[in-house]
Each structure stands twice: as C-alpha cells, then as structure tokens.
Design a binder for this molecule. Sequence first.
Ligand code: ATP
Ligand code: MN
Length: 496
Amino acid sequence: MAPPRTPSSDAAHQKLAEYRKKRDFQVTPEPAGGAPSQTGYSFVVQKHHASHLHYDFRLELDGVLLSWAVPKGVSVRANEKRFAARTEDHPLDYGDFEGIIPKGEYGGGTVMLWDHGTWEPFAGDGDPRETLKKGKLVFDLHGEKLKGRFHMVRTKTVSGKEQWLIFKGKDADARDEDITLQDRSVTTGRSLDEIAAGRDRIWHSNKEGPSITELVKQIPTQVKLTNLDKVMYPENGLTKAALIAYAATLADRLLVHVADRPMALLRCPDGREKCFFQKHGTVPLPKQVHQGEDWVSVADAEGLIALAQSGVLELHTWGCHRQKIEQPDQLVIDFDPDTALEWRAVVQAAVELRERLTALKLESFVKTTGGKGLHVVVPFAPSPKLQWDAFKAFARGLAEAVEADDPTRYTTNIRKNARGGKIFVDYLRNGRGATAVAAYSTRAREGATVSCPVTWEELPRVKPSDFTVLTVPSRKGDPWEGWAEALKQKLPKKPS
Ligand code: ATP
Ligand code: MN
C-alpha cells in the first residue's frame, strides 16, 4: 500500500491538544511532543496499571498514536470480541514509554510496553482514515505477541465517547490461548511490579527531561557512542547510556585504582546475564584501550567511556602498573563467606585483618565487592626487590596467620568443601596475572551493584546492596582518605 502521508505538524499538534491539556509536563517524565516517525505505521500496546488495570492499544497514523483503552486486553482467539474505549490521540514519543507516571497525574501509575511492532491497513478497504471515520478498521499486526489480521468496529458513541470492539480474524495466527498471560515487557522483560519497583522515573525513561541518553550524547568524547538505549540490567532497566554516564561521572575516582593497571574485562554486550572474560584483543576493542600481551589497560576517562561503550561491566585489575609489571604495588585479601554466614561475620574478619595490618604499621582500606564478600586493600611502594613470588608468599603468610588465629572461622583452603561455615581468606589475588575487581567497578550482578570503597567507621552499618550504579555517584567525600599517603608505605619482610 501507499506510504503514509506526511502529516502536517499543525494537524498533529491540534490532535494532541486534548492530551496536552490533561498533562502537566513539568512533573511527568513523559514526552511533551511528537516528532513524526521515520518508519510509518507503528503500533504499541501498553499495559497500564492506573486507577484500574487495562491495556492501551495504539496505532500510529498521521503523526499521532490513535488510542483505545482495552480493559481485558486484545484476544488472539478468532472472533473473541473485546471492548475498546477510544481515548485521546497520544504523541508518537509516548509509544516507547515504559515506566512510572506519578500518582495524582493523568494516567498516574505504572506503564509496561506489552507489545510493539508495525501495522498494515487492509488494502481492500481503501484509506484507513476514511474507514476509521465510518467506524471500521481492518489491519494486520506484526508484533511480538499480536500477529495477523484484526478487526475493529465502532458500536456506539455515548456523549462524545466512541465505543469499539476489537477482535482477531480467522487466520493462521489465531490461537486458543490467553495471550494476556504473557505479562512481561516486550523490551525489558520486566513485570509491572518490577517496573513499579524500578527507578524508571529517574533513570530508565529515555523521555525524561533531557534523558540520560541525551545527556550522554553531550559528553565531549572521541568515543563513538552506539546502542545507548540497550538495557544492560533487565531487573531495573539500566541502559548502556546509564553505564557510560556512570563511567564519565566516576572517572576521577575510578582512575585512581585502574589507570595503567593491567586488567581483565568482563564484557556483556547483550546485558549482564551473558558475559565473558577478556584478557586481550581477541574481540575488537576501541583504540582508547591499550592492549598488552594477556591484559588490557586504559589511561584516562576516554578509555573508561570506551570500555562502557563496549559493554564492559567489570574491571579486574592486576596488583601492579603496566610500566613496572614485575613489581607488585598493592595487596588484596578477598574474604569469601560460606553461604550460611551472616554479613557481620565478614565485617568482623575484615576488621581483624585491619588490626593485624596496623600492628605491621600498614594502612589498609576496605571495599564491598558488589557480591557477597569484602576486599581489604593495602597499597605500597613498588620495589625491584619485591617481585611476584616473594610478594605472593607474603600474602599467603598473612592469610595463614589469620587462619591460625581462629581455624574454626577461617580457612585458606580454596576447596569449597573445606569452607563449611567458614570464611575463605583468599590470598591468591596476589599472584602475577591474578586479578581483583577494581574499586568503583560496576558488577554484572543483580541490581547493578558496585565494588564500593567504604570507611572502616561506616563498615558495620552498610550492606553490599547499598552501593549501586544509581547510589554511588552521589556519595560524598572520599571513604579512602589517606590513600595517596599510603602509596608510600613499605611492606615489611614478614607478615607476622
Ligand atoms: P564476591 O564477594 O561475590 O566473592 P568477588 O569479586 O570477590 O565477589 P570472587 O569469585 O571471590 O568474586 O573472585 C575474586 C576475584 O577473582 C574477582 O574479583 C576477579 O577479579 C577474579 N576472578 C574470578 N573469576 C575470574 C575469572 N573467571 N577470570 C578472571 N578473573 C576472575
Ligand atoms: Mn570474593
């Protein structure tokens, strides 16, 4: 059929007048306008939990979304009729909105993108604008959930409100199935509850004020940014744009701990649920990333942005810098609690190690891993006299001293079944080529947690899930005050 007419923006504007009247765009994270679509006839079904649960069925035509509220949802059973109340035309931009509309506002509640795709008017009926006026619309849907021929007929108009019926035609796509049982978002896979619990108003909606995507596009960078709306964390809708924003915002704090350190990367191009470790250029990396033999490194914010752009969700650093690769300069002890253990047992372990290190005149720092455990980090001055073998022996001696203190609580045996109710004191992070996740690195774990530095003072009051991509950027002050000074400290000959 003929391509859709190019709408006059005036006409579209007029059609939207009613919709605009009802919304306060100052406080609603929704689009206030509608740029004409490039692709023509889109359709969308939004599941909308407002004062009552219903589905908004919308067809793009002439620069707006024709809209109906379908209380029970569209059926895919042939001839099963569903009531559809015509509602205001909506702006095209609204068609990819998923998120939260604040209570008390028009349409206040939770909106899920239940289905989307394209629609095609039945050519045999002629111009859909004419049949629409006469109260009839026949079309094919090409969606993820709704497919094939559908019919809409107007039954009556009560005080200006049009009442319609929508039903599936008899064709190969008709099925004896309750399609509304498929009740997750077509774009993010989330349920309504998960969307409601998410932080969409602030982060996910790519239509809020200047959206995170638009803000990220304004970052002055040489890096070519693509796929910004890709959802990296399906449980909360965090996109690649949000990860790039995190990298740019946290760059100064991250670089203290990653700049010029050999790294392994956890890459997750399709989101956090499917990742792989990368140690060198087997998979192409942007030019801002330096490639070593079996490691990569970055030197600046551009490098960090390039990594986020490449879908890297975790930075794992060696305990040295690339300029002095045979000379370790930081020690990491990783406390891995048996699943049965309480968090405060891990906190206690870190505090006890700190006391031991203080006795050795070593300043130490603690961070969450973004997972179950804690890392205690000791920076020190590299020296040609302390290379990897001797250094690892020192770390091992330290861990064994912790174990010897209380073998009922600690083990240095990596075997899982040696752990039974204990904390594994992992010193193996301190070998040449071994890594630990970097301070301020994001994790590819549920909730977008971050490996976050904390003060010893606040440690007993925090839990790992407190620190995420959303919360860490607004933390005030430097929990690792004294870090720069501690870079000068010297490891003693022996760990006890
Ligand atoms: P958690 O607190 O959940 O244990 P973690 O980061 O300490 O988080 P571990 O499984 O204990 O995770 O691993 C410790 C470190 O070992 C990691 O931070 C990472 O740097 C490194 N590591 C683990 N698995 C791999 C791997 N497959 N490839 C490269 N490095 C790894
Ligand atoms: Mn660990």
